[in-house]
Design a protein around this ligand. Structure first.
Ligand code: PEP
Ligand code: MG
Length: 893
């Protein structure tokens, strides 16, 4: 196979679509060459060659000859040979991977200089100082990156040379000084690397190529790839390009340019220029650059040519491009271009500007933005100019920027917020009891738990900022304080700031900037003239494109009217998951407690009838808020012990009371119940449909509340569209039993109210067995909603409340997965079960409605997967709805 493979491409042979093979830089150099733009000639060694080298430790056998052939061609084109003594061809050797990894890999310039050719270069350029300075740079870069010499040794020598001459800038060293420095540098190489600096130009080049290959696996590069989720096996290409010099005097220089402003998207002249310098000087900030516009006054001809090239590039790439260029004695050269990075806001603006300019169509505009950028625009954020003191860092669980006084229990959170204080609720972890405290707080910080811990899921649901699992922060709820690693102690009432987008926790108040995009979705802002409104107008248009083309409908996970209304404003087309357990908290908890403690049918019925009107009222409000749109109500899911006091606390209380001989009857019964319901693995215990099957009347009460609420809305001329959903079903028999009871209750309510409620009954698919027997289950279900949280938990055998904080970091570091499967659907495992369940379900019941309501419903990558497997809708927290709409549109466009 290797024999037929081509490992080297001349710039004239490639094009921009070959990024996999030539890397981003190489592909674009080729594209520019073929556009007829002034690119210094050169060639690219492919990523395939790099991969062979990384896999086997040896370059492919054919590489050397191929490089020789391309080098010959280059030398012929340039009319001089690499390192030729009287007039040397010099080349740069630069890395260039498929995805840009700025500064992460190696580059060596001025390859081809040697003791012999440096004088040739001096003669040819007529500038002795320039030649020796170039040689000095080569030894320095080569020594450091190729031979592994400590770079500081060269820096120190340079500083010494300047100090000896009592000057401060490099340019004050003359040719004689630099000659001496070269001698010194060569000595450094010899002692440190144990070999002489190679005088053979071809050897220089070959070693530099190898060093670039090796730099793919350097620590910096690996870390960067992990952060940016760039696969580790792509390898880098190597570009060998004839050198042009920006440091040949005042008619030379180097610069960077953007075809439009990467921050605002506005057209104009954006960039920087540095006269008489090489690219590396700009990066190093050695001298101050001038705005690109000033180039017009310095070198009008080059400036005009550059403007023209920028226009050519933008029209050609149909996007914002960034450019690196060099001017050598009045001759402009393009060294690099690529589609430029931009801020999230600029991405939206630029996409619509390009549509207006007729460069791209609406479908393409959708591909120019993404859900992550939209999400970024939706959260208030900390002012990045602010001075901060970081206390610690946890998992970025629910984005946003929250500031408030530290409180360590929900009671205080509620009390303080009622008196107008902003608070951050800090807990080791949260439980359903903390819900009111979480609602009262600006943000939530926990020291334990991962992205699907209670705190994280609930906070995301509410669109509330949350940092969880900040394990370096020691939370002591008893003493009401938190200790940071440096020993800083945060007492109750001290102000802290938490960033749910980065997971960072700060001491004191960091200033926050609100999001105009949310103001827009909330209906509080419309298109207008100032800067924020321009962004809003762009978002508005892009969302309209997405809505027009998407096939997936988008629903909300919402449990109350307020969330439902917000979800509607954000574009929700119904509710895909109403978790009824959230309606059993707070003051109602005691009623649930009574239900659990009931020993007789009578006691149980009393407890249930007390809950019925409250449930019904909840549903009436919800159906009203979502009038005309489907509302999927899920019957009670979590294990009952979640509604009871903590076993340890209660045991202690009862033991203390007993020792005082004043134990109360209710506490004793409660403790008994707590013991009875205690489970080693509650997540796999008595929950979901199992509860409905063993607690007589529980599901019937909920179904009645739904049916009566729907009847009431119907009689009030509303249009309720309730769907009843049974959780944690593993077999069709469970569903059949529950359905029988539910159908009977519904029939009773319909008869009593004289309505036809058109209620549908379906199930969640959140256990492997349910997915595997989906064909059977569909016989008893009118719809499926994939509960991918539990499905991920049970398919992987990962406890969703524990694993992210315990070993996921190690898994991510080892590359076992690039992102938590609780965040992005695991397509190969969990996803394949979803896919087959979709097919089996539809085979049984062609009109089966299919959705997903796990956290993945609002994750961009997962939304594409759900589109592809043919679901009808995704359901996600209200704040994720615009993101899901956008991604559903991108998936369909
Ligand atoms: C799920 O399991 O995916 C789901 C939506 O249910 P919950 O998160 O409430 O268990
Ligand atoms: Mg579930």
């Amino acid at each position: 196979l290797q024999h037929s493979q081509k490992f080297v491409y001349d710039f004239t042979e490639g094009n921009r679509d070959l990024k996999d093979l030539l890397g981003g830089k190489g592909a674009n150099l080729a594209e520019m060459t073929n556009l007829g733009l002034p690119v210094p000639p050169g060639f690219t060694i492919t990523t395939e060659a790099c991969k062979v080298y990384l896999d086997s430790g040896e370059e492919p056998a054919a590489l050397r000859d191929e490089v020789s052939a391309h080098l010959d061609a280059l030398e012929q084109k340039m009319g001089k040979k690499l390192g030729q003594a009287d007039d040397p061809l010099l080349v740069s050797v630069r890395s260039g991977a498929k995805f840009s990894m700025p500064g992460m890999m190696d580059t060596v310039l001025n390859i081809g200089l040697s003791d012999a050719s440096v004088t040739g270069l001096a003669k040819q350029s007529g500038d002795e100082r320039f030649a020796w300075d170039s040689y000095r740079r080569l030894i320095q870069m080569f020594g450091k990156t190729v031979l592994g010499v400590d770079g500081e040794l060269f820096e120190d020598a340079l500083d010494e040379a300047k100090a000896a001459k009592k000057v401060t800038v490099d340019t004050d060293l003359d040719a004689a000084d630099l000659k001496k420095l070269v001698k010194h540098f060569k000595k450094v190489v010899k002692t440190e690397a144990g070999r002489d600096f190679p005088q053979d130009p071809r050897e220089q080049m070959d070693l530099a190529v190898k060093a670039v290959f090796d730099s793919w696996n350097g620590d910096r590069a690996k870390l960067y790839r992990r952060q940016e989720r760039i696969p580790g096996d792509l390898g880098t290409a190597v570009n060998i390009c004839s050198m042009v010099f920006g440091n040949l005097g005042p008619d030379s220089g180097t610069g960077v340019a953007f075809t439009r402003d990467p921050a605002s998207g506005h057209q104009g002249v954006y960039g920087d220029y540095l006269q008489n310098a090489q690219g590396e000087d700009v990066v190093a900030g050695i001298r101050n650059t001038v705005p690109l516009a000033e180039l017009e006054g310095i070198d009008k001809k080059s400036y005009d040519q550059l403007m023209q090239i920028m226009e050519t590039l933008e029209t050609h790439y149909k996007d914002l491009c960034d450019i690196e260029f060099t001017i050598e004695r009045g001759q402009l050269w393009m060294l690099q271009t690529r589609v430029g990075k931009r801020t999230a806001g600029a991405a939206f603006r630029i996409a619509t500007q390009l549509v207006d300019q007729g460069l791209i169509d609406e479908a393409e505009a959708l591909q120019r933005v993404n859900g992550a950028q939209l999400a970024q625009l939706m959260f208030p954020r900390f002012d990045d100019q602010a001075k901060v003191e970081q206390l610690g860092r946890g998992i970025a669980a629910s984005p946003g920027a929250a500031v408030g006084k530290a409180v360590f229990d929900s009671y205080t959170a509620i009390k303080w917020s009622r008196s107008g204080e902003k608070v951050i609720l800090i807990r080791r972890e949260t439980n359903p009891d903390d819900l009111d405290g979480m609602i009262a707080a600006e943000g939530i910080l926990t020291s334990r738990g991962g992205k699907t811990s209670h705190a994280a899921v609930v906070a995301r649901g509410m669109g509330k900022t949350c940092v969880c699992g900040a394990e370096d922060l020691e939370v002591d709820t008893k003493r009401r304080r938190m200790t940071a690693p440096g020993g800083v102690v945060i007492e109750e009432g001290d102000v802290v700031s938490i960033d749910g987008s980065t997971g960072k926790v700060y001491l004191g108040e960091v200033p926050v900037v609100p999001s105009p995009v949310v103001e827009y979705f909330e209906g509080r802002m419309h298109a207008g003239a100032d800067d924020a409104d321009e962004l809003v107008a762009a978002v508005h248009r892009i969302m309209a494109y997405a809505d027009r083309v998407r096939r997936l409908r988008v629903r909300a996970n919402a449990d109350n009217a307020e969330d439902a209304l917000r979800a509607r404003r954000f574009g929700a087309q119904g509710i895909g998951l109403c978790r009824t357990e959230h309606m059993f908290l707070g003051e109602r908890r005691e009623m649930v407690e009574r239900l659990i403690l009931a020993d007789t049918d009578e006691e149980r019925e009393t407890a249930l009838s007390a809950l019925l009107p409250l449930q019904k009222k909840d549903f009436v409000e919800l159906f009203e808020a979502m009038d005309g749109l489907p509302v999927t109500v899920r019957l009670l899911d979590p294990p009952l012990h979640e509604f009871l006091p903590d076993i340890t606390e209660l045991s202690v209380r009862v033991a203390l009371a007993e020792s005082r001989k004043d134990a109360n009857e209710n506490d004793l019964r409660l403790l008994q119940a707590v013991h009875k319901l205690h489970e080693q693995n509650p997540m796999l215990g008595l929950r979901g449909v199992r509860l409905g099957l063993v607690i007589p009347g529980l599901f019937a009460m909920q179904v009645r509340a739904i049916a009566e609420a729907a009847a009431e809305r119907r009689n009030a001329k509303g249009d309720p569209r309730a769907e009843i959903m049974i959780p944690l079903v593993g077999t069709v028999q469970e569903l059949e039993i529950v359905r029988e009871e539910a159908d009977q209750v519904i029939a009773e309510v319909e008869a009593a109210t004289g309505t036809d409620l058109k209620l549908t009954i379906g199930t969640m698919i959140e256990l492997p067995r349910a997915a595997l027997t989906a064909g059977q289950i569909a016989e008893a279900a009118q719809f499926f909603s994939f509960g991918t949280n539990d499905l991920t938990q049970t398919v992987w055998g990962f406890s969703r409340d524990d694993v992210e904080a315990s070993f996921f970091t190690a898994y991510l570091e080892k590359g076992i997965f690039g992102v938590s499967p609780f965040e992005t659907i695991d397509k190969d495992g969990v996803g394949s079960l979803v896919r087959s369940a979709v097919q089996a379900g539809r085979a049984t019941r062609p009109d089966l409605k299919l959705g997903v309501c796990g956290e993945h419903g609002g994750d961009p990558e997962s939304v594409h997967f759900f589109h592809e497997v043919g679901l009808d809708y995704v359901s996600c927290s209200p704040f994720r709805i615009p993101v899901a709409r956008l991604e559903a549109g991108r998936a369909a466009a």
